[in-house]
Design a protein around this ligand. Structure first.
Ligand code: GLA
Length: 381
C-alpha cells in the first residue's frame, strides 16, 4: 500500500473540504494471459496489483459537486442532476459516466465531493480507467448506501466506459480490480462472470512489467473495431460469441470473410484455449510451458490480431535469447503500454540495465520497469 499516496489525498481533501472523508483504494491489474477474449465471452487470467487509485469522498453541503484530480492539478464542478460528457477534461467522463449509469438505474445520488490520485502509470495497459470507475461506484455505493453488489458495480463501471468514454471494453479490468485477491490470479469465465482463484507461486521467478511509455493514437477506435470484427464473425456463424466456436467451425466460413478477419477470429479461439492451458500449467508448476504459452499469445496479438506495435515487439524480442526469461508478451488492449515478463528473480537487476539501454538506443525513449505484488481488490481504507 502506498502510504504517501494515501496521505497526499487525505491532506488535499481536508485542505479543500472536511477532514472526515470516506477513503477508497481501487487497484489496477495485470493479465497473465487471455487478451481480447473477455468481450468474446471467453477466459482471462488477471490479478489486481498494489498500485491504483486512492479516492476520498464526502456528501456535499452545497448544491453542487466538486471533483479534484490531484495528479493533474485540475478540478471539475457540476450539479448531480445536470451534466453532459466532457470534451476538454476527459478524465471527468470516468466519474460522470458512473453517475449517469447509477441514475439510469434510478439510484438516488446527491451532490458529493471527491479528491483522487493514483500511482498507476497512465496508458500502461494496467487499467487505470477501471480502477477509477470502480473507486467511484464503490465510494458512492458506501456514501449513499445504495446496496449494490460487487457484480452490479462492475457492470456499472463497464457501461460508464462504453457510454461516456466510448471504449467498448470487456469486463476483465473492472472484475479484476474489484474482486482481486492477495497473491492470487483469477481465472475468470467472462460469460458466467465466475472466477477460480489461483495461488501464484513462480518459485525463483517473478513477474516484471516493462512500460514502453508510448501510446499510439487511434488505439481506442482500433479496439472497438476488433470487437466489431469478432461480433460480425460470430453472427455469420450464428453464435452468441466466438467462445462458442472451434477452429473447425471457423473454417466453414473462411471464404466469406477477409483473411485478416479470419486470422483475428482464429486468434481469439486459440487465445482462449491457451488461457485454459495456462491455468493448468500454473497449477502443475509447469512454468516453462506457461512461458511458451505467453510467447505464443504475443505472436498471435502481433501477427493475427494486429494490436501490437514496434516498441512492444522490440521488448518481447529482446527477451527471446535469455534463458532466464520464460515468457514475455504485450499486455492489455495494445498499441503501447506494458509487456509482462516471467523472469528469474536473481537476473532482474542485470536484465533491467540491459533492456533500459537497448530500448533507449532503439527508440530514444526511456522505458519504465515495475515489480508487481498481487493484491486485494477495491476496498475501504
Ligand atoms: C482492455 C479492455 C479489456 C480487455 C483488454 C484486452 O484492457 O478494457 O476489457 O478487452 O483490453 O484483453
Amino acid at each position: 500500500m502506498n502510504h504517501k499516496l494515501i496521505n497526499r489525498v487525505k491532506k488535499a481533501f481536508s485542505k479543500e473540504f472536511h477532514s472526515n472523508s470516506l477513503m477508497i483504494f481501487s487497484p489496477g491489474r495485470i493479465n497473465i494471459i487471455g487478451e481480447h477474449t473477455d468481450y468474446n465471452d471467453g477466459y482471462v487470467f488477471p490479478a489486481a496489483v498494489d498500485k491504483g487509485i486512492v479516492a476520498a469522498f464526502e456528501k456535499s453541503s452545497v448544491t453542487s459537486s466538486k471533483v479534484i484530480a490531484l495528479d493533474l492539478d485540475e478540478f471539475y464542478e457540476f450539479e448531480i442532476d445536470s451534466f453532459v460528457p466532457q470534451r476538454e477534461q476527459l478524465w471527468a467522463n470516468y466519474i460522470l459516466g458512473v453517475i449517469d449509469e447509477l441514475s439510469k438505474r434510478e439510484f438516488q445520488i446527491k451532490n458529493f465531493n471527491l479528491v483522487f490520485a493514483g500511482d498507476l502509470p497512465n496508458g500502461a495497459g494496467m487499467s487505470s480507467s477501471a480502477a477509477l470507475e470502480n473507486s467511484v461506484v464503490f465510494g458512492l455505493n458506501k456514501l449513499f448506501e445504495l446496496g449494490l453488489s460487487k457484480e452490479e458495480m462492475i457492470f456499472i463501471s463497464q457501461k460508464a466506459e462504453h457510454n461516456y468514454v466510448g471504449v467498448h471494453c470487456g469486463i476483465m479490468d473492472q472484475y479484476a480490480s474489484i474482486f482481486g485477491l492477495k497473491d492470487q490470479a483469477l481465472h475468470l469465465d467472462c460469460r458466467s462472470i465466475k472466477a477460480t482463484p489461483f495461488k501464484i507461486d513462480l518459485e525463483d521467478y517473478q513477474f516484471l512489467l516493462i512500460n514502453t511509455n508510448v501510446k499510439h493514437i487511434l488505439s481506442e477506435s482500433a479496439y472497438n473495431n476488433r470487437r466489431e470484427v469478432c461480433e460480425y464473425i460470430s453472427s455469420l456463424l450464428g453464435v452468441k460469441a466466438l467462445r462458442d466456436v472451434s477452429e473447425l467451425d471457423l473454417i466453414t466460413i473462411k471464404d466469406k470473410v477477409s483473411d485478416e478477419d479470419f486470422q483475428k477470429a482464429l486468434f481469439v479461439i486459440q487465445e482462449n484455449k491457451r488461457t485454459i492451458e495456462a491455468t493448468k500449467a500454473m497449477s502443475d508448476g509447469k512454468l516453462k510451458r506457461l512461458g511458451e504459452l505467453i510467447y505464443a499469445s504475443h505472436h498471435g496479438l502481433q501477427h493475427q490480431y494486429q494490436v501490437s506495435c514496434k516498441e512492444l515487439d522490440f521488448l518481447v524480442d529482446a527477451t527471446r535469447d535469455k534463458e532466464y526469461l520464460l515468457g514475455a508478451r504485450m499486455m492489455g488492449g495494445g498499441f503501447g503500454g506494458c509487456t509482462i515478463n516471467i523472469i528469474k528473480t536473481s537476473e532482474v537487476d542485470s536484465f533491467n540495465q540491459y533492456i533500459k539501454e537497448a530500448y533507449f538506443n532503439m527508440f530514444n525513449v526511456q522505458c519504465s520497469i515495475y515489480d508487481v505484488t498481487l493484491s486485494d481488490g477495491t476496498h475501504q481504507l
